[in-house]
Design a protein around this ligand. Structure first.
Ligand code: NAP
Length: 337
């Protein structure tokens, strides 16, 4: 275990933005965290860097989570309990669970990032959120200098939200998630209600899909619609889907009959941010070196040589145009460092 100085962070963020870290350390065991830093030192916990906008240089310590582990912890009559280290690549972990015969996470295939980052924003895709299948999270608390286990209910999961975000624990570097345990029910039911998934399975002439069939369909859809960060740097969906009051959605839908509306359990209505951005004229449009992707307007892309300031400029322009056209505020998903 050793610390490096003045490390280039461009390879560590999928938007490929420039910036240097004054100090950097790779963490491969939970115990290294205790020795790495003092309680009130400026630090940032880095996973896959796939949900990050770098504003430039970072004058603190980057702790790069690379803790490995994937194993069956235990099983009972109803469920498999699977433990994964925070540094495991999320997609590789999901594929491993399927190969081992532990279904449930297949709809979350090809989401970029690490296992440790997934609970922070409760990543979700195609009708499944990580919080639904999570049993508990183990984290190192830098303030208390102790490990703690956070059960699912204490994670306070919401739409792309968790206690780790609500309390600012992640952004302030107060806590580092070291491992996650998932509880995957043995009674598996395919969740194929999203139109893209239904259509892909139909095109492949699969009527009773296995978990791997669902994963393969989702991988195919995502590869068609989403840019590979290794080729076109991006941070996945850049804005949250706005959730608005029923009355607001009703008024918008009467002016825009094609507006996609998804009623929520609390009576409010989720709108598709990508659709709003496209209608505001931003699909495939650039401002300087930053644009919104031509095949999926929700994805902000670095066309080459962009800085964090360029990203913020395009983000603000998109937000302003959507607000002017629909009166709806868009909130960015990534963390700004
Ligand atoms: P899409 O299929 O073009 O649909 C647009 C939006 O409408 C989605 O964001 C989705 O909301 C919502 N939607 C579509 N069908 C729905 C249904 N049957 N019930 C409820 N809501 C529905 O979406 P996309 O941009 O290609 O993304 C596909 C999936 O991957 C989405 O679930 C998206 O959230 C997910 N994704 C997640 C991340 C992330 O976690 N950061 C990044 C990229 C993509 P939801 O977003 O609430 O599902």
């Amino acid at each position: 275990m050793h610390e490096s100085k003045n490390i280039n962070l461009t390879p560590f963020n999928t938007l490929a933005l420039p910036g240097q870290a004054a100090r950097y350390q790779k963490i491969t065991t939970p115990e290294q965290l205790a020795a790495a830093t003092t309680a009130n030192e400026k630090r940032f916990i880095l996973g896959g860097g796939s949900n990050l906008v770098l504003n430039g240089n970072f004058d603190g310590l980057i702790l790069h989570m690379a803790i490995p582990c994937k194993r069956l912890l235990k099983e009972d009559a109803e469920s498999f309990y699977i433990e994964a280290g925070a540094g495991e690549n999320w997609h590789d972990f999901v594929q491993w669970t399927l190969q081992q015969g532990y279904p449930g996470l297949e709809n979350l295939s090809l989401i970029p990032g690490t296992v440790g980052a997934a609970p922070i924003q409760n990543v979700g895709a195609y009708g499944i959120e990580v919080g639904e299948l999570l049993h508990n999270v183990t984290a190192w608390d830098f303030e208390k200098q102790a490990f703690l286990t956070v059960d699912r209910s204490a994670c306070r999961f919401g739409y792309r939200d968790s206690v780790f975000k609500q309390q600012g624990w992640h952004l302030s570097g107060r806590m580092a998630i070291t491992s996650v345990v998932f509880r995957l029910p043995k009674a598996w039911v395919a969740n194929t209600r999203y139109a893209d998934v239904t259509q892909e399975l139909a095109a492949q002439q699969i009527s009773t899909p296995t978990p791997q069939d669902v994963a393969n369909a989702i991988i195919a859809v995502r590869q068609r619609k989403l840019p590979d960060p290794a080729i076109i740097p991006n941070a996945g969906s850049f804005f949250h889907n706005p959730v608005v009051d029923h009355n607001v959605a009703h008024a918008l839908a009467s002016q825009n009959p094609a507006l996609p509306c998804y009623p929520q359990p609390d009576g409010r209505v989720k709108l598709a941010a990508g659709w709003l951005i496209e209608q505001a004229g931003w699909k495939g449009k650039n401002l300087g070196p930053v644009g919104m992707y031509e095949k999926q307007a929700l994805v902000l892309v670095n066309r080459g040589g962009a800085t964090g300031a360029d990203v913020r400029r395009t983000m603000a322009a998109v937000q302003a145009d959507v607000k002017a056209r629909f009166g709806v505020d868009l909130t960015p998903e990534p963390i700004f460092l």
